[in-house]
Design a protein around this ligand. Structure first.
Ligand SMILES: *Cc1c(COP(=O)(O)O)cnc(C)c1O
Length: 220
């Protein structure tokens, strides 16, 4: 019998198992349950099972779904995992506890302004274009040190680095590269790994895995 709670337990077990060879502690890895496209009634069983960290990729969708859920589960932590448009920076800062796709100077400016206005600093992962793909967001690897300096200058707390490796090839070398880039830049947070590859990501140092399908089933 498969329900949200048993899937959650399964994913947590898998994460714990992958911690053994690298001698890491399961509690040092944050499982972000990616609830995008799923309605509140699909999310609630996970909240009832005690899970409190969720990810959405659209500001508007989060605004529609989460205020009511958060009223009942006020200790919920919400992560924005998708691309963010600068004109949504105010809403994103108001709604989310962490932002995973800071990747360009224009967005940096908009987020810094939004955080000043709100009197709130929201930790951000800097997204790296790890496979050098033209169609994907993310800071180019060569520009990373310079961009990180700009983020620090803007007084935005850096949670770490985030990546989405190219589809349909072995992700491990990209995860290893992100780990190295984080170490080179004295950062410890690593947001990497989704349903298909979170176990690999944990072995290679992920501190945050973003898992949707393995917890909620397929998106329609
Ligand atoms: C949708 C999404 C995920 C989760 O993907 P699954 O394969 O369903 O686990 C993770 N990260 C980002 C950025 C996403 O947009």
């Amino acid at each position: 019998m498969e329900n949200a709670a048993t899937r959650l337990a399964q994913v947590e077990t898998n994460i714990a198992r992958m911690c053994i060879p690298s001698r890491r502690k399961p509690e040092d890895i944050t499982l972000i349950a990616v609830s995008k496209t799923h309605p509140a009634e699909r999310i609630e069983p996970l909240l009832e099972a005690g899970h409190r960290v969720f990810g959405e990729n659209r500001v508007q969708e989060a605004q529609d779904k989460w205020p009511a859920l958060r009223e009942r589960y006020p200790d919920t932590e919400l992560h924005l995992i998708g691309q963010l448009q600068s004109n949504k920076a105010d809403d994103a800062v108001a709604m989310f506890d962490c932002i995973h796709a800071l990747d360009r100077a224009s967005l940096l400016k908009a987020l810094a302004k939004a955080m000043d206005k709100a009197g709130k600093r929201v930790p951000c992962f800097v997204q790296v274009n790890i496979g050098d793909e033209a169609q994907k967001g993310g800071c180019p690897i060569a520009e990373l040190p310079e961009f990180l300096a700009k983020v620090r200058d803007a007084d935005i707390p850096i949670a770490g680095l985030m990546c989405l490796p190219p589809a349909d090839i072995e992700p491990a070398p990209f995860f290893a590269l992100l780990y190295k880039l984080a170490a080179d830049n004295a950062l410890s947070g690593l947001s990497m790994g989704m349903s298909g590859d979170y176990e690999t990501a944990v072995q290679l140092g992920a501190t945050h895995v973003r898992v949707g399908t393995a917890l909620f089933g397929a998106r329609h």
